[in-house]
Design a protein around this ligand. Structure first.
Ligand code: DGL
Length: 272
C-alpha cells in the first residue's frame, strides 16, 4: 500500500514550523503543504472569512490525496477546527491551541505571556483553554502587530522586528513573566530574538513537537504511519508568488532546492 499523504496548511510560512517538527517525527510520511499567501495575514480577518478559506483549502488537499489534515495555524484552528470536523467527519484533523496548559503547570512566578493574533484571542478555543488550565495563573496577552508580516518578509532579525517584539514583551517582563507561549505558528522563527529580549530565565514554548506527536498518534491508530527513515516527498503549494516562497523554504526549513506550485483562488475555490 502506498504511504498515506497528510495535508498541512497555514496562511503562509508559519506552518513550516509545524512541518519541520512533523518531518523529524515522521520522515517517511508524504506531505502536501499549502500556504495561503494570497490572504496572509489571517489574524486580522473575521473568523467567518478564515473559516471559508480553511474549508476550501481542506477540500483541495483532500482532492490531492491527503487523508489527514494538520491545521498548522492557530488562527485557522480558532476559526474553523470545530466546523471542519463537522463538515468532514471521516477526516482526522490535528489543530493548534495556545500551550497555556504546560505554561500554567510549570510557571514559578505565576505570570505567563501569550502572543497570538487578534482572531486567535477572539475565538472560543482560546477562551476555553484559559478557562480550563489557567487557574491561579495571571495570563498577559499581546497581538504583536506587524510580526506575522515581518516574518513573511523574511525579516527574522531586523531592527524593526526586534522593536515590534520589544513593544510586546517588555511590559510583560516588567510584570514578571517567566514563560512566553507562542500562540501563532509564525513565531517560532523568531525564538532567537525573543530569547535575546526576554533573557535565558524565560521559557519560550513552541507547540510544534507536541503537534507532530499527536499527528503520529492519529496516523498510528489508523495504520497509516509510514515507517522508515528515508525522507518522503513534500509538495509545496502557495496561492502567492512562487519565488519569494521558495526563497523562504531555503531560509526557514533548510530546503534550498524545494520548488513550489502556484495555486489560484477562483471565487471561493482553489485551482492549479
Ligand atoms: N500562522 C498563523 C497562526 O498560527 C496565522 C498568522 C496570520 O496569518 O495572521 O495564527
Amino acid at each position: 500500500m502506498p504511504a498515506v499523504p497528510i495535508g498541512v496548511f497555514d496562511s503562509g510560512v508559519g506552518g513550516l514550523s509545524v512541518l519541520r517538527a512533523i518531518r523529524r517525527q515522521l520522515p517517511a510520511q508524504p506531505v502536501i503543504y499549502l500556504a495561503d499567501q494570497a490572504h496572509v495575514p489571517y489574524g486580522s480577518r473575521t473568523l467567518e472569512e478564515v473559516r471559508g478559506f480553511s474549508e476550501a483549502i481542506t477540500r483541495y488537499l483532500l482532492d490531492q490525496g491527503a487523508r489527514l489534515i494538520v491545521v498548522a495555524c492557530n488562527t485557522a484552528s480558532a476559526a474553523a477546527l470545530h466546523e471542519l470536523r463537522d463538515r468532514f467527519p471521516e477526516v482526522p484533523f490535528v489543530g493548534m491551541e495556545p500551550a497555556v496548559k504546560p505554561a500554567a503547570e510549570h510557571t514559578h512566578t505565576g505570570v505567563v505571556g501569550v502572543i497570538a493574533t487578534p482572531a486567535t484571542f477572539q475565538g472560543r478555543l482560546y477562551a476555553s483553554v484559559v478557562e480550563r488550565f489557567a487557574h491561579g495563573v495571571t495570563i498577559l496577552q499581546d497581538t504583536v502587530p506587524g510580526l506575522v508580516t515581518a516574518i513573511e518578509n523574511g525579516q527574522l532579525d531586523a531592527p524593526e522586528t526586534r522593536a515590534i517584539l520589544e513593544a510586546a514583551l517588555e511590559p510583560m517582563l516588567a510584570q514578571n513573566i517567566d514563560t512566553v507561549v507562542l500562540g501563532c505558528t509564525h513565531f517560532p522563527f523568531v525564538i532567537p530574538l525573543i530569547q535575546q529580549i526576554a533573557g535565558p530565565g524565560v521559557r519560550v514554548i513552541d507547540p510544534a513537537p507536541a503537534v507532530a506527536r499527536q499527528t503520529e498518534r492519529l496516523l498510528e491508530t489508523r495504520g497509516w504511519r509510514a515507517e522508515g527513515e528515508s525522507p518522503a516527498a513534500v509538495r509545496y503549494l502557495t496561492t502567492g508568488p512562487r519565488k519569494p516562497f521558495e526563497a523562504l523554504l531555503g531560509r526557514l526549513i533548510d530546503a534550498p532546492d524545494a520548488t513550489a506550485e502556484k495555486l489560484r483562488w477562483s471565487r471561493a475555490n482553489l485551482r492549479a
